[in-house]
Design a protein around this ligand. Structure first.
Ligand SMILES: O=P(O)(O)OC[C@H]1O[C@H](O)[C@H](O)[C@@H](O)[C@@H]1O
Length: 263
């Protein structure tokens, strides 16, 4: 019998939820089904462009394409997904390359792991930015804290004077937060009784984003007030694009573990 720790869909190979020993790890907007395109929530895959740092559609086209589910299995308490997207040269008019994207996801017990693979299957080098965009569920963003960022260089979209994270804990208020941290150390997200440990490899930055009260009003697919129910902490490549020669492969990982829960 296939377990249902993971909720997911082929559009964008988007994981919508991971239920880790009774803890739903991701936020997913209840309005998602009313809108076309990627759901506001879960774990969108961003490729080949992060946000608007290039000429392509925001966050790249991969989140808007139907991926193929190669495998969905369960074994000894582990659930596994394997999605693939093959793009041939000419498939995407604005991006003249060929690529094989894979998203593999494993969930077991208190842990879920993501492996994002990009293989250059074409005849020309290309570079890309992007990564994973998890919406981590929190009881209340105003009470949530992120640990592990202290000392990292940071670019804040709304506070350009900020260049370094001095505080040991990142806290959130009602204003939008959009901070690109250079580095990818292990982080801890504290929210209520839940403590999530986040690890990344081969990504160069963490983007921390929450739209805040005002920013949320511009997001039609987010109910009023739901901006307090998530914090996005995104393992990404932005300032250091990945360059792949013909036949070369990038493998980026995200690990999420529920470390402990109060009784
Ligand atoms: O609304 P979306 O296109 O899914 O993007 C949501 C957010 O993603 C990232 O965190 C970017 O840094 C933000 O600038 C963007 O607003």
């Amino acid at each position: 019998m296939v377990m249902t720790l993971l909720t997911h869909r082929p559009l964008g190979a988007q994981v919508l939820q991971a239920d880790l020993s009774g803890t739903p790890v991701f936020y997913c907007s209840p309005l998602a089904s009313q809108f076309m395109g990627p759901a506001r929530g879960g774990v969108p895959v961003l490729f080949p462009q992060f946000a608007d740092v290039g000429p392509l559609v925001k966050h790249g086209f991969a989140r808007n394409m139907d991926w193929t589910l190669l495998e969905h299995g369960a074994d000894a308490g582990q659930e596994r997904l394997h999605y693939v997207l093959e793009i041939a040269k000419g498939d995407v008019s604005v991006w003249p390359h060929a690529v094989r994207l894979e998203l593999e996801v494993w969930a077991q017990g208190q842990r879920v792991d993501f492996r994002f693979t990009v293989l250059n299957t074409g005849d020309s080098e290309f570079s890309f930015t992007g990564g994973l965009h998890p919406y981590f569920a929190v009881d209340d963003s105003l009470q949530a804290r992120v640990l592990g960022l202290q000392g990292l260089p940071v670019s804040d979209r709304y506070q350009p004077e900020l260049t370094r994270q001095d505080e040991a804990e990142l806290q959130f208020g009602e204003n939008i937060v959009e901070r690109l941290y250079a580095g990818s150390p292990a982080l801890t997200l504290l929210s209520g009784a839940t403590r999530l440990k986040l690890t990344a490899s081969n990504f160069s930055e963490w983007m921390v984003w929450n739209p805040g009260r005002e920013g949320a009003q511009a997001l039609k697919d987010l109910p009023d007030g739901d901006w307090r129910q998530f914090i996005c902490i995104e393992p990404v490549r932005v300032r250091q694009p990945v360059v792949l020669a013909v036949g070369e492969k990038f493998v980026g990982m995200l690990g999420v573990e529920v470390e402990e829960r109060a009784a």
